[in-house]
Design a binder for this molecule. Structure first.
Ligand code: GDP
Ligand code: MG
Ligand code: ZN
Length: 309
C-alpha cells in the first residue's frame, strides 16, 4: 500500500492512503537501526500495518521539517508585525537553495489605507518582486482564491514570522480553528501556538502551518547565496563568480546605482554574506561543535568544486 505521511506525533505516523483513508502506523525497526526517521511529506510503502519503505525525497526542508515540498508560501505582514524584508529575503534564499518554488504572500492589506503613501511604497516593493519573477499574492481577501488554486496537487508550506497570519489563512480557507496568536502576545514574548507539523488537505493538495519564528540561520555558502538572489544571478558581471561586493565591472553594482535593483535586497544580501563569513571565522577558530564543523567542511568543499567549473 502506498501512503503519504501527513502527521507525526512521537513515533506514530498518520498516513494518507490512495483511497483517501488515513491510518496510523509505526516504521519497521530497521529504520531506527539505520538512523532514518520518516517525516511529514514522505511517500511511503506500508506493509502489514508498518512503514516498510520511504521513497526517495525530492527535497528535505529543515524549517518546517517537511519532505517533498513543491511550494513555500513565504508569509509577510505589511503591518503588525512591521514589514520585514530582511526575513523575507532570507527565506527566499533558503527556499531557492532547496529548489523549492517561493511564492510571496503579503497579509494584513486590509490595515493599509487606500491611496496612502504607505500603499504606494508597498506596491513598488510588490512590483519589484514580481519583476524578478516571483508570484505575489495579497491577503486577507484580494488573492485568496489564487493561493487556494496554487495548492492543488502540491505539498505546500507556510513559513514566516510569528503573528503574520499563517494560521489565520488556513482557518479562513478550511473552516478549521487552529489557535491564532493574539498580536500582543506575539510581539511581547514570541509565544508559539502551532506546535507540531501537520499537512492539511485543501483543494486536492496539502499545506502545512508551521510554528512561527523570529529569525532563521542561513546555512548556505556564499556562492550559493549569490545564486539564490535570482536577479543578481542573471547579471553578466565581468568576473565569473563575482560576489557583487566591490568587484570592478560588476553589473549588480551598476544596476543598484541606476535604481534597477531594490536597495533593501542588496543591503540584505551584503548582510547575509557578512553573516556567512562570520560563521566561517568561528568555524576556523574551531570553537564550534563537531557537527557544525563537519557541515562547514562540506560547504567549503562544495564551494571549491564550484570555483573549478
Ligand atoms: N487585520 C488582519 N489581521 C490579521 C490578518 N491575518 C492575521 N491577522 C491577525 O494577526 C494575528 C496573528 O495571526 P496568526 O494567524 O496567529 O499568525 P501566525 O503566527 O503566522 O500563525 C491574529 O490576531 C489574527 O487575527 C489579516 O490579513 N488582516
Ligand atoms: Mg500560527
Ligand atoms: Zn557582480
Amino acid at each position: 500500500m502506498k501512503g503519504l505521511i501527513i502527521k507525526s506525533i512521537s513515533g506514530d505516523y498518520d498516513c494518507y492512503l490512495e483511497d483517501g483513508n488515513i491510518i496510523t502506523c509505526k516504521p519497521l525497526g530497521i529504520f531506527r537501526l539505520n538512523k532514518i526517521t520518516p517525516k511529514v511529506g514522505d511517500y511511503v510503502i506500508i506493509e502489514n500495518g508498518k512503514i516498510a519503505k520511504i521513497e526517495e525525497r525530492k527535497n528535505d526542508f529543515e524549517r518546517p521539517v517537511v519532505a517533498n515540498i513543491s511550494k513555500n508560501f513565504i508569509v509577510t505582514s505589511v503591518v503588525e508585525p512591521d514589514l520585514n524584508l530582511n526575513l523575507l529575503d532570507r527565506l527566499i534564499s533558503i527556499t531557492e537553495y532547496n529548489d523549492i518554488e517561493a511564492i510571496l504572500l503579503f497579509t494584513k492589506m486590509d490595515l493599509v489605507d487606500k491611496d496612502s503613501e504607505k500603499e504606494k511604497n508597498l506596491n513598488d516593493i510588490f512590483d519589484y518582486y514580481k519583476k524578478i519573477g516571483y508570484k505575489v499574492y495579497l491577503l486577507p481577501e484580494i488573492d485568496k482564491d489564487k493561493v487556494i488554486d496554487e495548492i492543488k496537487n502540491n505539498i505546500c508550506v507556510l513559513s514566516g514570522q510569528s503573528g503574520v497570519g499563517k494560521s489565520t489563512f488556513i482557518n479562513a480557507v478550511t473552516g478549521l480553528n487552529i489557535k491564532t496568536d493574539e498580536i500582543s502576545k506575539v510581539l511581547g514574548r514570541g509565544k508559539h501556538t502551532t506546535r507540531h507539523t501537520e499537512l492539511i488537505r485543501i483543494n486536492d493538495g496539502w499545506i502545512a502551518d508551521t510554528p512561527g519564528f523570529g529569525n532563521i540561520e542561513l546555512k548556505i555558502d556564499e556562492v550559493s547565496l549569490s545564486q539564490s538572489f535570482v536577479e543578481f544571478f542573471r547579471c553578466k558581471c565581468k568576473y565569473n563568480g563575482c560576489l557583487h561586493l566591490k568587484e570592478p565591472g560588476c553589473e549588480v553594482l551598476n544596476k543598484l546605482k541606476d535604481g534597477e535593483i531594490l536597495k533593501s535586497r542588496y543591503d540584505n544580501y551584503v548582510q547575509f554574506i557578512k553573516e556567512i563569513r562570520d560563521e566561517i571565522v568561528e568555524y576556523n577558530k574551531k570553537e564550534k561543535k563537531p557537527e557544525v564543523m563537519a557541515y562547514y567542511k562540506k560547504m567549503q568543499k562544495k564551494e571549491k568544486g564550484r570555483h573549478k567549473r
